[in-house]
Design a protein around this ligand. Structure first.
Ligand SMILES: Nc1ncnc2c1ncn2[C@@H]1O[C@H](COP(=O)(O)OP(=O)(O)OP(=O)(O)O)[C@@H](O)[C@H]1O
Length: 373
């Protein structure tokens, strides 16, 4: 059903002229993505950083045209600036035959960075940043050179979790030297602004900041750059998933049904932009009482494993609710760095091993068939 709505949206957009490119907005390649879910349409409109202001009327026209399509409850169009050739190939080509095989995201285009992976969640507070930090450290413990980019521009928590503060250096005033936290190269909007500065980042501004952090930070050489995504599956997340050269995504959720429901939306989002899902992680899976040693499945342990099985995705592991993990994260002393051989660190090492396997597997397999819902 959504595909029909998507096609109708594309037809409606084909009626909008693109004065700058002299054709309609679809034919001119201006529309780099259309996604419809539960009657909500999200459309990506290509521009350049210099032309963003001038493209605003076109964005509004696209939004209005999409909103007028029957079956669309709400439409939002976002401007996205110039992308690299890998994403250009990976994005949904307008008018492409449904079900046609399309190339998967090509090799990473960040010079000197072998793979960029996203850690994402369908909703906030499920422990995504905690996982991103400890996964990055566990990958590093496997001898890999690892960086961590805090793309959670709304609630950057990586500086606190790695115990970092102060603005990163920029020796030439252009390139940014990442901070080093526990051996990881790290970058976060939280390092660029005071903690009490209200973060009113919207649409293209978020993209601008992230593009800068991604492309103007001296990451190289890295084996893996871990991206801590903003929670949720809205425009910002969709835009990042389309524009960053992702080798794959790890989805984290708690075992609760509602969190899993949100996780499913996360899965759908990455699938839509043809980013391989490296696997699911269940966080806060169970709680072991520090006093009696008794184990409680507070949120109903096992939901993510079942979901992964059902979807044919790798289940990367379960992380228990552990008081030390919380206290150490909040103190800037991540458990995998401070107590790498502890019981609390063990799940992260196992997840890191699974992630490495999944990346290798995802990039060995032939291109997937894009299945649209
Ligand atoms: N396995 C765990 N055991 C105990 N506490 C945890 C665990 N995972 C995360 N936490 C704690 O839960 C809180 C939320 O975690 P975190 O900030 O990583 O979540 P998030 O999904 O990134 O949140 P947000 O969406 O708000 O950025 C933090 O206080 C963190 O220390």
């Amino acid at each position: 059903m959504s595909r029909t709505v998507r096609d109708q949206i594309l037809s409606a957009l084909a009626g909008i002229a693109d004065p700058e490119r002299g054709r309609d907005v679809v034919a001119s390649g201006r529309i780099s993505g259309v996604a419809v879910e539960d009657g909500v349409a999200r459309i990506m409109v290509e521009t350049t950083p210099e032309r963003a202001g001038a493209t605003e009327p076109l964005r509004r026209a696209v939004e209005a045209a999409a909103a007028s399509v029957r079956g669309v409850k709400r439409a939002s169009a976002v401007l996205t600036a110039e992308r690299g050739p890998a994403q250009r190939r990976a994005s949904a080509p307008e008018g492409a035959a449904p079900g046609a095989a399309r190339p998967r995201p090509a090799a990473p285009t960040l010079p000197g960075v072998k793979a960029v992976i996203a850690v994402a969640s369908g909703k906030g507070g499920v422990g995504k940043s905690t996982l991103a930090v400890n996964l990055a450290l566990a990958l590093q413990a496997r001898g890999l050179k690892v960086g961590l980019l805090d793309a959670d521009v709304y609630g950057p928590s990586i500086p606190r979790m790695l115990g970092l503060s102060g603005r990163p250096d920029s020796p030439d005033g252009k390139r940014i030297t990442p901070k080093i936290g526990w051996g990881l190269k790290a970058m976060s909007i939280g390092l660029m602004v005071e903690e009490d500065t209200p973060l009113i980042w919207r649409g293209p501004m978020v993209q601008g900041a992230l593009d800068q952090f991604l492309r103007e930070t001296d990451w190289a050489p890295l084996d893996i750059l871990v991206l801590d995504m903003p929670p949720g599956t809205g425009d910002v997340q969709l835009s990042i998933a389309q524009r960053v050269p992702l080798a794959g995504a790890v989805i984290v959720s708690t075992p609760q049904d509602i969190a899993l429901l949100d996780a499913r939306k996360g899965l759908a989002m990455f699938r839509r932009v043809e980013v391989p899902i490296l696997g699911l992680v269940e966080n806060m899976s169970w709680f072991t009482c520090p006093h009696c040693g008794g184990r409680s499945d507070i949120f109903g342990h096992g939901g993510a494993r079942d979901e992964a099985l059902k979807l044919g995705l790798p289940f990367l592991g379960a992380v228990p609710l552990d008081l030390d993990v919380r206290i150490m994260s909040d103190e800037g002393r991540p458990v995998v760095a401070v107590a790498p051989d502890s019981e609390a660190a063990a799940p992260y090492h196992a997840i890191a091993a699974g992630v490495v396997d999944s990346i290798a597997k995802a990039h060995r397999e032939p291109p997937r068939i894009m299945i649209e819902d």
